[in-house]
Design a protein around this ligand. Structure first.
Ligand code: ATP
Ligand code: NCN
Length: 193
């Protein structure tokens, strides 16, 4: 099984992520994509982070009718912050017959040489990079990369959190099932941003 791993904080997941996942499944040989929810990105502050189980639940609700997409909580039991190289080593041991690729935006790839043990990632896993405006791929760090164009929506989880904090609607920015959960549980309502 050819599986793409799409790592993120997903705080919360939004349609930008889902459109990318669908596009990559349409345009590559990948058969499925796993959204790997990172409890703690090594580069991000945690004060705005919703509990990881709530973020996982929102991902699950968003993808529940699409068998090609899965939500992974694999990083919940690994050490924090969430280093992608550690997770990949763990996944390879746990699923020896799966062929994993890593899916990331060109914004993330620009920084990859600053990631913990990044050679363990780029030397052993194909990387599917979707181009984000303003972030060209200039240094390929000798990785096995597949660069693709992708439909871009100018949405971010940060913007969604701001709307919620201001009591504004997030309709159509996240799947309806996730929107209902966010409103019901008052997620992101009382956060700083
Ligand atoms: N609108 C978008 N279209 C395509 N990719 C996106 C979009 N928003 C985020 N991504 C990418 O998806 C991955 C996971 O995203 P992440 O969970 O950080 O969402 P985010 O919206 O960028 O969050 P935040 O605003 O909190 O930084 C990252 O690699 C990020 O670059
Ligand atoms: O392994 C690292 O050193 C590393 C450094 C920066 C980011 N990452 C991962 O990249 C993913 C994207 O993060 P985010 O918060 O932008 O969605 C997330 O899973 C992080 O854990 C990983």
């Amino acid at each position: 099984m050819k599986t793409g791993l799409y790592f993120g904080s997903f705080n919360p997941i939004h349609i930008g992520h889902l459109i990318i996942a669908n596009h990559i499944l349409n345009e590559t040989a990948l058969q499925e994509i796993w959204f790997v929810i990172s409890p703690q990105n090594p580069f991000k502050v945690s004060s705005t982070l919703l509990n990881e189980y709530d973020r996982l639940f929102l991902v699950q609700r968003s993808i529940e009718n699409d068998p090609r997409l899965k939500a992974s909580d694999i990083e919940f039991s690994l050490s924090k912050p969430s280093y992608t190289s550690t997770t990949l080593a763990y996944l390879r041991e746990k699923y020896p017959t799966r062929e994993f690729s890593v899916v990331m935006g060109s914004d993330s790839f620009q920084n990859i040489s600053k990631w913990h043990n990044y050679r363990a990632i780029v030397d052993h896993y194909p990387i599917i990079i979707y181009l984000r405006p303003g972030f060209p791929v200039e240094n390929t760090v000798n990785a096995s990369i597949h660069i693709m164009q992708a439909p871009m929506l100018d949405i971010s989880a940060t913007h969604i959190r701001t709307l919620l904090k201001e009591g504004k609607s997030i309709k159509y920015l996240v799947p309806e099932a996730a929107e209902l959960e966010i409103i019901k549980s008052r997620f992101f309502k009382n956060q700083k941003k």
